[in-house]
Design a protein around this ligand. Structure first.
Ligand code: GLY
Length: 372
């Protein structure tokens, strides 16, 4: 199967996202045009290193690109000041210069952390995203959002810093756990819901085969998602307007992630899927979309085996008022007012501050009641 290219035309920050099979094996040839000297620094995490590093090394060896490797612990807690310091100091110790390139080899955690390190090292060096999870391939590796977490919330410390290239090898999805794959799929469904009803129809027809491993369907879904994201990022790189649409489901998701302590109880993509279902329920009750739309959203999530309802989150959750309080740290808050991504229908999301909080309260209360 051939390699797809999605170009992200951002002037002097433009780059390509390459999507297809065998891209790790071809990494050296893909990356070489970006290099002033044939050497890269790779930052990864333990699980990715164990399963994928041999393929990346072979790809770099084949093009005589040398490398040094820093391997961090896996998990969200790696997106911290402590590990940011580790990465930056390591890159300096490795004498990585301003014209050099750092490879972020991993999922969203590594991509966000390494992107931020690249943004601040020597006032900005280039980095290449080599995303190894579905979530990272369709969302976090594209668009230049980089960040670490704070005790006040996720992704609150960061910078916009676009990668120089993204290499999304769809073969690596084969090694993902079913749970992680389905979590990443939450972000894929999000694209259909926010801006492309035809893509949502396509997902309804193809999700089962795609999840079961059809590589051509996977490549199409990644390419289509990346193209949608690229179009939005080009319109609004620093999220002054339209880019907030990419946060469909995320206001609810961030509150649920905070309520579950950013733990294994709820993966980010699972929270996005549940958040999308809640956003559509809220849209219907606020009169923005028809009553049928939330049922259709929930049907696709359920049929695919994804987390859909608050009842799918194990353990206790706080009450609706507390969840609304937790939404207050959302980056979309302006002058203390929450902004929501609502929908006029499937594929027709919009940003608004005009959502009665008692509607949100009733949606959450009913969803919490359904757990018992
Ligand atoms: N993940 C949302 C964005 O990149 O804007």
């Amino acid at each position: 199967m051939s390699i797809d290219t999605v170009h992200v035309p951002l002037g002097d920050r433009a780059y390509d996202v390459r999507i297809g099979q065998g891209l790790l094996a071809a990494a050296g040839a893909e990356i070489a045009p970006q290099l002033y000297r044939p050497h890269v620094a790779i930052v990864t995490e333990e699980n990715v290193a164990e399963v994928q590093m041999a393929a990346l090394k072979a790809g770099l060896d084949a093009a005589d690109v040398t490398y040094s490797i820093l391997t961090l612990p896996p998990g969200e807690s790696t997106k911290s000041w402590e590990h940011l310091t580790t990465v930056v100091e390591w890159l300096l110790a490795e004498k990585i210069e301003r014209r050099d390139v750092v490879l972020a080899f991993g999922g969203g955690v590594i991509g966000d952390l390494v992107g931020f390190a690249a943004a601040i090292l020597r006032r900005g060096i280039r980095y290449i995203q080599v995303p190894t999870s579905l979530l990272a391939q369709v969302d976090s590796s594209v668009g230049g959002k980089t960040a670490i977490n704070s005790s006040h919330g996720k992704n609150l410390i960061g910078a916009f810093h676009q990668p120089a290239l993204v290499l999304a090898d769809v073969d690596v999805l084969e090694t993902m756990s079913r749970r992680d794959l389905l979590a990443g799929y939450g972000e894929v469904v999000k694209y259909g819901l926010l801006g492309d009803a035809m893509f949502f129809n396509w997902l309804e027809a193809n999700s089962r085969d795609l999840i079961e491993g059809d590589v051509a369907l996977r490549q199409y879904a990644v390419r289509h998602s990346v193209q949608m994201k690229a179009d939005i990022v080009v319109r609004d790189e620093t999220e002054q307007g339209d880019r907030a649409l990419l946060n469909l489901g995320h206001t609810f998701c961030h509150a649920l992630e905070a309520a579950t302590g950013y733990s294994d109880r709820l993966l980010h993509g699972e929270g996005v899927a549940i958040g999308c279902a809640l956003a559509f329920e809220t849209s219907a009750r606020a009169g923005f979309c028809s009553q049928e739309d939330p049922s259709r959203v929930r049907a696709l999530l359920k049929e695919t085996g994804m987390k859909t309802d608050l009842a799918d989150i194990p353990g206790d959750l706080p009450d609706a008022a507390t969840l609304i309080e937790l939404m207050g740290q959302d980056k979309k808050v302006i002058d203390g007012t929450l902004r929501f991504i609502m929908a006029h229908g499937i594929g027709a999301a919009f940003v608004t501050s005009d959502v009665p909080i008692d509607v949100v309260q009733s949606v959450l209360t009913d969803a919490l009641d359904a757990r018992s």
